[in-house]
Design a protein around this ligand. Structure first.
Ligand SMILES: Nc1ncnc2c1ncn2[C@@H]1O[C@H](COP(=O)(O)OP(=O)(O)OP(=O)(O)O)[C@@H](O)[C@H]1O
Ligand SMILES: [Mg+2]
Length: 245
């Protein structure tokens, strides 16, 4: 298994935000992770990347136990995420923000700049490369967040609501970007409330509710699962999603 969690728990003062979650991802897969607000999706991502230490349980990546590795060490192994609330250096330009990611693998400024330029081009931010980040609107901030993660050369990329707040046209181009990343060999886990994105991109979906996994299957299977409909989707949204796939 490429990435695997075993009974991962994350408690905050006794409250289990993630409750015994065992999830595995195969190399080359696009896994969807869905569930209502507060289900524990972002907390689970933080446990995977080391931004939070799990309370208990084990995490394995590419055959190695990484449960207690520092975030930077995990990033070097090829784990990267985009944050739901972007971590942007507002006074720095787009290119400079992305260079921060590239410095994970090099200390050479020219090499970092070249890498950053390449991913800035790929995510469609070339025209904004020299714009200070504070001048960006939501869609470009989302792109910048993905670019920063891509600059670390991930083998697996965790996208946390990377398409929230985008117009339907912007969502379409973001879907194309994810397809391109997948085609270049990156494994992905996608957290997204936009069901159209989940239905069209993912191979398999894990559904979380109150920290636990309540369903797992193909996108079609989960939107037709009565537990998923009642805990998260609601009947109308489930029918719409099933129709869109
Ligand atoms: N640092 C923290 N301290 C205390 N409680 C927290 C902390 N981080 C998250 N929580 C709680 O853990 C639960 C899961 O939160 P999380 O942000 O992981 O949910 P989510 O599934 O990502 O939700 P959303 O779809 O709204 O982004 C929530 O009840 C949240 O309030
Ligand atoms: Mg979240």
């Amino acid at each position: 298994m490429f990435l695997e969690t075993r009974q991962v728990v994350k408690s905050f003062q006794g409250f289990k935000a993630v409750d015994a979650l065992s999830v595995s991802v195969t190399e080359g897969e696009i896994l969807g992770l869905i569930g209502p607000n507060g289900a524990g999706k972002s907390t689970f991502f933080s446990c995977l990347t080391g931004d939070l230490q799990p309370t208990s349980g084990e995490i394995l990546f590419d055959g190695k136990v990484i449960t207690h590795l520092a975030p930077e060490h995990r990033a070097r192994l090829g784990l990267a995420r985009s944050f739901q609330v972007p971590l942007t250096f507002e006074h720095m330009t787009v290119l400079e923000n992305v260079m921060v990611g590239a410095f994970l693998h090099t200390r050479d400024v020219r090499a970092a700049r070249a890498k950053a330029q390449q991913v800035v081009d790929q995510v469609g931010l070339a025209a904004m490369a020299d714009t200070p980040a504070r001048g960006l609107g939501t869609p470009n901030r989302k792109r910048l967040e993905i670019a920063r993660a891509l600059a670390t050369n991930p083998r697996i990329l965790l996208l946390d609501e990377a398409m929230a707040g985008l117009t339907p046209t912007e969502v379409k181009s973001a879907i194309e970007l994810v397809r391109a990343l997948h085609a270049q060999g990156i494994t992905l886990i996608i957290v997204e409330h936009v069901m159209e994105v989940i239905m069209s991109l993912t191979h398999r979906v894990v559904v979380m509710h109150q920290g636990r996994q309540i369903a797992m299957g193909t996108p079609h299977e989960v939107v037709n699962d009565p537990q998923v409909v009642s805990a998260y989707l609601g009947k109308r949204a489930a029918r719409a999603a099933a129709g869109a796939s």
